[in-house]
Every structure is written in C-alpha cells, then in structure tokens.
Design a binder for this molecule. Structure first.
Ligand code: BGC
Length: 354
C-alpha cells in the first residue's frame, strides 16, 4: 500500500474543494491510512477532497484548516491535535462550513454537531482484560502480587482518558486489594493529578522510551515487572525496546506482558513473535468510509444513517455541548487471532507481516 506522507494532497484540482481532511500526524501509522481511506471514499462519491497532516502541531493544523476554508470547503473532517483547534472550528462555523470531529473529540467547542469514532472506553477495557487474563489476576493473591507499570497517551488527546479509564475499570480493583502493585506513578483514573505523570506528550515514542528507561533505573529497579499498560502500538514498541536493554527482560520469554492498540504492522509482527502481548484493532477503512457517508448526508441535508455504528447522543460532552456520536466496535487481537483479524480481513497481506 502506498501511503501519502506529510504535506497536502489534492485530488481533482485545487480550484474547487468540497471536503477538507485534516489529520493530526503521521508518526503514528494509522493516520496515513485514515487520510488515504478518507480521500478515497470522498473521491468515490464524486467530491473533490484534500488531506493534510498536522505533524502533531496544532498551529500547523490550524493553518491547513484555514486553507481549506479559503479554498471554499463545505465540510471539514478533523482529527485534531489538541484543543487549540477550537478557534478554526469557530471560523469554519462562522463561514457555514460543517465540521465533523474524527476519532478524537474536539473539546471546548460548541461549533460542531457530529463526532465519529470507536468505542474508546472498550479499547482500554480490552487492554485491562488482556493483563487480567495473562497475569491470572482472578486467582492471584496479595501474598504474591503482580507488578504493573502504567503508561497513557497524550494528555491533550481526549481519547487517552477513555483508554486509561477503560483499562483501569478492570485493573483498579486489583490495585485496591493489593493483588496488583503499581510501580511508579499510580493514578487510578484519568482525573487523578498523577495522570499527567504517566501521560505521553503527543504520543511520542521517544518520550515513552525515556520514561521506561527511567522507571527501570528507579521505581522498578527492585522488582520484576509482570505487565506494562501501554496505550498504543507505537508506544508499546518503544517501551519494549527500553525493556530489552535491561538484563531482567533481555529475551522474549522474560519480557512482561505489554498491551497496545491500532494493529500496526510492526506490532503484529511483535505479537506473532511473542514480544507484544496484544493490540486493539480499529478498522480505519470502516471509520473513514462512515465519516464520508456522514459527510455526504450532512452536505445533502439528509439525516445520517451510518450502518454498523452505535449512535450515542448523551455521552460526548465537549464541555460546551453534547455532540451526536457514532461509535464503532474495536477488536481485541492476540497471537491466537491476528491472522484472521488482520490478514484474512484483507487489512494486511501475508507479505506485509513478513
Ligand atoms: C487514536 C489512536 C492513536 C493515537 C496516537 C488516538 O487518538 O485513537 O488510534 O494510536 O491517537 O495517534
């Protein structure tokens, strides 16, 4: 698959633009797939569309969104970097441009009505359940506790709260009963002040790797970790890399259980090889196609019908209003089912995983 990297890609000439597609970054693989799939779906419905990647820089993304508005876009799909996007969302609304929040809720704004994403709490639950199962927490006792260290995603990404709270909905009772000992900062939910200490600025792998290295030399120096809660694949692999430099974990059979998310190619290989325990697959093809269906309905003034999605009109509060949200189901992936989920579904080829 050829992925569009960085910059802006036009389809069908720059004079007239129907739909702008603003993706947050390319350093996490999925966004390139989202961008490509959104562009493809929009073009297939006969719209002119462009995709831009913000390189995890909100001012850069705001400029890209301004450009879309200037080019006459009627609708903009935004996977935002952080809440700094609200100023351009208001500009769009003032110009009558529809905004759809894509994958990440745009908090602090009253200027849009629709959000389309996966059930992000469930993503975290899968991660928590995987650790519960792998460590046998149901039958473990506080006399022989399990050692877990916690990582979360970007503190400016609303999804990071959902992932963490979903995972902790499973792990928290074990931490409270002493069956699990949390190593390092130990927030029990995303509202805890300690949450920022486990969060990873802009989902950067180097930040997670350095934090893991520091933990190994400090809080984790006198214990052997049984699991690391890692919020996505990019960070999981950085954490595994750090772990493998420590002689306690320097071979595959000695590594702790490490969770992930996104089903990135390199992590599927890690899962096959036993280095990473699991990932959570969110089919970007499905999300992108649905976002463009939603866009199409809104542009035509029709009421949206999004097959496969659950409509939630209560839960997603931007802080200024509740937006209508369409949620898709994530899928739990381990060594047992990765072939079926990631390859038989046509998402990757056998060759990709080699
Ligand atoms: C997405 C994840 C992704 C992360 C980092 C989150 O908002 O939901 O799929 O791994 O951002 O890009």
């Amino acid at each position: 698959m050829v992925l569009a990297l960085g910059g802006i890609f036009a389809q069908g000439g720059a004079e007239k633009l129907d739909i702008g597609l603003a993706m947050p970054e390319t350093h996490v693989e999925r966004w390139q797939r989202d961008g490509a799939a959104l562009l493809d779906a929009a073009t297939k419905l006969g719209y002119t569309a462009e995709v831009a990647y913000g390189d995890a820089d909100q001012s850069k993304q705001n400029q890209q969104i301004q450009d879309f508005i200037t080019k006459g876009a009627k609708l903009i799909v935004i996977g935002s970097v952080n809440e700094g996007v609200t100023s351009v969302v208001s500009d769009a609304a003032a110009d009558g441009v529809i905004v759809i929040a894509y994958d990440r809720l745009i908090t602090g704004s009253k200027d849009y009505d629709y959000y389309i994403t996966f059930d992000n709490f469930k993503v975290g639950q899968f991660q928590g359940l995987a650790i519960e199962k792998a460590l046998g927490l149901k039958t473990a006792s506080s006399a022989d506790p399990k050692y877990i260290t916690l990582f979360a995603g970007s503190p400016t990404d609303n999804n990071a709260n959902f992932f963490f709270d979903g995972a902790m909905s499973v792990l928290r009772p074990y931490a409270e009963s002493g069956v699990v000992k949390l190593v390092g900062p130990a927030p029990l939910d995303s509202k805890s002040p300690d949450f920022t200490r486990i969060a990873t600025e802009n989902w950067r792998a180097d930040v997670a790797k350095t934090r893991m290295e520091n933990l190994l030399g400090n809080d984790a120096i006198n214990v052997t970790l049984d699991a690391v809660l890692a919020p996505n694949d990019t960070l999981a692999r950085a954490i595994i890399e750090a772990l493998m430099t420590d002689e306690k974990y320097n071979s595959i059979d000695k590594l702790p259980v490490v969770t992930g998310q996104d089903g990135e190619i390199a992590s599927i290989q890690y899962i096959r090889d036993g280095k990473q325990y699991m990932t959570v697959f969110k089919d970007t093809r499905e999300l992108a196609a649905a976002a463009i269906n939603l866009a199409d309905a809104l542009l035509k003034g029709e009421s949206p019908n999004i097959p496969g999605a659950r409509l939630d009109e209560k839960s997603y509060d931007t802080g200024k209003k509740i937006v209508k949200s369409y949620l898709f189901e994530p899928v739990n992936v381990t060594k047992d089912n990765y072939k079926e989920i990631m390859i038989d579904s046509g998402y990757y080829t056998e060759e990709d995983i080699k």
